[in-house]
Design a protein around this ligand. Structure first.
Ligand SMILES: NC(=O)c1ccc[n+]([C@@H]2O[C@H](COP(=O)([O-])OP(=O)(O)OC[C@H]3O[C@@H](n4cnc5c(N)ncnc54)[C@H](O)[C@@H]3O)[C@@H](O)[C@H]2O)c1
Length: 253
């Protein structure tokens, strides 16, 4: 059985993935800003460096897999925080752990979003992909929350695809899931909000499968993609969204 590190594993989707992997007999190490085996703030460069060192220490290079789930939603008023946690908290952690991941041919799962294809500001996404956190934060501060969020998820997904070949050459399989609307602490506050709630309920009703996603839906997909059963799946972005992406963008494929 293996050892999996899950960022953002204290809550919601990350917590469900942790429970799932534990039920399969794996050891879990949760990295989060709260209630974690390794408490770290992935919004700052120092926090990421500290997290990488603590993970190396805790796993002693026995790393079977990494799930990068830590993220903040589009409602966060500090737009730069969305860029810093969602993009740099993902990419810098994977890069920092790359030698440890290569040691045992580990599997990496990035938690993107089905909003990733809907990013609207190429300058912002380019700054993220150029690893220019200062410019990305500056541009994000001028934008609305939703495009900052979707841009962070598009950049994470494109970063994975750009790096798929080089990582695979080291035996590391990277994939992503794009959750659709999923009922977690991140979304339930907005769903119950007097202003935004009605529009969100309408959005949920438009999901082809007829219900919102649940953290367990994401955990089931994660379990498969991390496992040897997905041994030939590499660089893939799997939408786990009840059909919403297909419904909204049928011809963009
Ligand atoms: N819920 C959805 O509808 C949905 C849809 C698409 C994608 N996602 C993505 O799934 C992931 C998990 O979301 P969730 O809905 O479970 O949310 P959540 O709020 O329940 O969990 C997010 C976790 O990230 C942690 N985190 C936040 N900032 C951090 C920081 N600076 N450093 C370390 N940890 C930090 C939080 O403490 C929390 O445990 C996120 O990346 C989110 O963008 C969620």
């Amino acid at each position: 059985m293996g050892t999996y590190v899950i960022t953002g594993g204290a809550s919601g989707i990350g917590a469900a993935i942790g429970t799932q992997l534990q039920s399969e007999g794996h050891q879990i190490i949760v990295v989060d800003i709260q209630q974690a085996d390794i408490v770290a703030d992935l919004s700052s460069a120092e926090g990421r460096v500290a997290a990488i060192a603590a993970i190396k220490d805790a796993t002693q290079n026995e790393l079977t897999g990494l799930v990068t789930c830590a993220g903040v939603g589009s409602h966060v008023p500090d737009r730069g925080l969305i860029a810093s946690v969602n993009y740099f908290g993902t990419v810098e952690l994977i890069e920092g752990l790359r030698p440890a991941l290569a040691e045992h041919g580990a599997s990496v799962l990035l938690i993107s979003s089905n909003s990733a294809p809907m990013a609207t500001n190429p300058e912002y996404v380019d700054a993220l992909l150029a690893n220019d956190e200062t410019s990305a934060i500056r541009i994000a501060a001028t934008m609305a929350g939703q495009p900052v969020y979707s841009g962070s998820k598009q950049a994470v997904t494109r970063w994975m695809r750009k790096n798929t070949q080089a990582y695979a050459a080291q035996g590391i399989r990277m994939n992503a899931i794009g959750p659709g609307y999923t009922r977690t602490p991140l979304t339930s506050a907005a769903e119950n909000d007097d202003t935004y709630g009605p529009a969100i309920k309408q959005f949920i009703e438009s999901i082809p499968i007829g219900r919102p996603g649940l953290p367990q839906d994401m955990a089931d997909a994660a379990s498969f993609l991390l496992s040897d059963k997905a041994g030939f799946i590499c660089g893939a972005m799997l939408f786990v969204d009840g059909g919403h992406d297909a419904m909204l963008r049928p011809d963009e494929f």
